[in-house]
Design a protein around this ligand. Structure first.
Ligand code: GLN
Length: 285
C-alpha cells in the first residue's frame, strides 16, 4: 500500500513535463478517485490508499500525461459557482465567459419577464446560469451539435431547470419567428491558422466550437447580422470574442447599425465581450 503523500509526489513528478500545474492536477485526480475534497489530502497525507484506488489513480495520471484536459478526465468544471458536466463533445467552460453573465445581469433584473436566446450553448452553461439567476426570464438555447444539446439538457436537469427551449439549429436558421430581448453567444472565434489550436487543452476540444473562418470572425458576422431580425426594438446583443478582435467586432456591429456599442474587459484585462443595442429606428436613419 502507498500513502496519499507518496503517490501525489510521484504523480507530480510524472506530470511535470506535460503540465504546468502538475501538483494540482495530481491532487484533483486523486480527489476524483477518493470522492473527497482537497482538504482531505492535506489532513491525512500518511493515510494508506487501497490498491484499487491507487491503480485507478495511475490510469487517470496516464490520461493527463497524454494531455487530456482535467475537466474531461473528471467530467466536470465549475462555472458561476456551479458544477457542469462536460465531455470532449463540448467546450470546457472558461472563466472569461462569466463576463457574459455579469453583463447580462446588469441589463436584466431577476424580476423581469424577458426572453433570451443563447446561441451555440455547448454544455449549456450560459442558458442554465441565466435561468437560475433570472427565474422569470424565458430562455432558449441552440446548438448545431446534437451531442452538445444532449449535454446541455443533462446540465439543465442536474440543476433542476426544466423550462429551457432547446433547438437543434445553425445559429438562428432553425428558430421559429420570435423576438428576444437579449441575444447572447460565445461563438467560435479563433482564426483557423492560430497556433494556439495546437497547444494544451485546446487540442482536445471540439474544433467546431473554437475555429471560425475569416480570421475567426465568420460566426460573429452571421450572428450580428441575423440577430437584427430576432431582437426586440431596444434589445441587447452580447458576443464574446478574442482578446485582439475588439476593433473588428465593433466595426461589424457598426456596419449592422447597432447602437451604444461597447466592449468590456475580462478579469485578465483583455477586451472580451462586445455589446450592441438594436433599435428599429436605427435602420431608417
Ligand atoms: N456556450 C458554451 C460556452 O460558453 C459553448 C461555447 C462554444 O462552444 N463556442 O462555453
Amino acid at each position: 500500500m502507498q500513502s496519499i503523500k507518496s503517490v501525489l509526489a510521484k504523480a507530480a513528478c510524472i506530470l511535470a513535463s506535460s503540465s504546468d500545474s502538475a501538483g494540482l492536477d495530481a491532487e484533483i485526480l486523486l480527489c476524483q478517485i477518493l470522492n473527497k475534497e482537497r482538504s482531505h489530502l492535506r489532513a491525512w497525507p500518511n493515510r494508506q490508499l487501497e490498491p484499487e484506488h491507487t491503480s485507478r489513480f495511475w490510469t487517470l495520471i496516464q490520461e493527463r500525461q497524454k494531455g487530456v484536459p482535467i475537466a474531461y478526465i473528471t467530467g466536470n468544471r465549475e462555472f458561476w459557482s456551479r458544477d457542469f458536466y462536460v465531455t470532449p463533445e463540448v467546450l470546457i467552460p472558461r472563466p472569461e465567459t462569466e463576463l457574459l453573465i455579469e453583463l447580462s445581469l446588469k441589463l436584466i433584473s431577476p424580476a423581469q419577464s424577458v426572453s433570451i436566446i443563447d446561441l451555440g450553448t455547448g454544455s449549456g452553461i450560459i442558458a442554465v446560469t441565466l435561468t437560475l439567476e433570472c427565474p422569470r426570464a424565458k430562455i432558449s438555447a441552440t446548438d448545431l451539435s446534437l451531442p452538445a444539446l444532449r449535454i446541455a439538457q443533462l446540465n439543465a436537469n442536474n440543476h433542476h431547470v426544466t423550462d429551457i427551449d432547446f433547438y437543434h439549429s445553425d445559429w438562428f436558421a432553425g428558430i421559429p419567428d420570435a423576438k428576444f430581448n437579449l441575444v447572447i453567444s460565445n461563438p467560435p472565434y479563433i482564426a483557423e491558422d492560430d497556433k494556439h489550436l495546437q497547444e494544451g487543452d485546446i487540442r482536445f476540444e471540439p474544433q467546431t466550437a473554437l475555429r471560425a473562418s475569416r480570421q475567426g470572425l465568420n460566426d460573429i458576422i452571421i450572428i450580428a447580422d441575423t440577430a437584427r431580425n430576432y431582437l426586440e426594438s431596444g434589445g441587447h446583443l452580447l458576443i464574446e470574442h478574442g482578446y485582439n478582435q475588439q476593433q473588428r467586432v465593433q466595426a461589424i456591429f457598426k456596419d449592422f447599425n447597432y447602437d451604444n456599442i461597447q466592449t468590456h474587459k475580462d478579469l485578465s484585462g483583455h477586451p472580451r465581450v462586445t455589446y450592441g443595442q438594436w433599435s428599429y429606428s436605427a435602420v431608417s436613419e
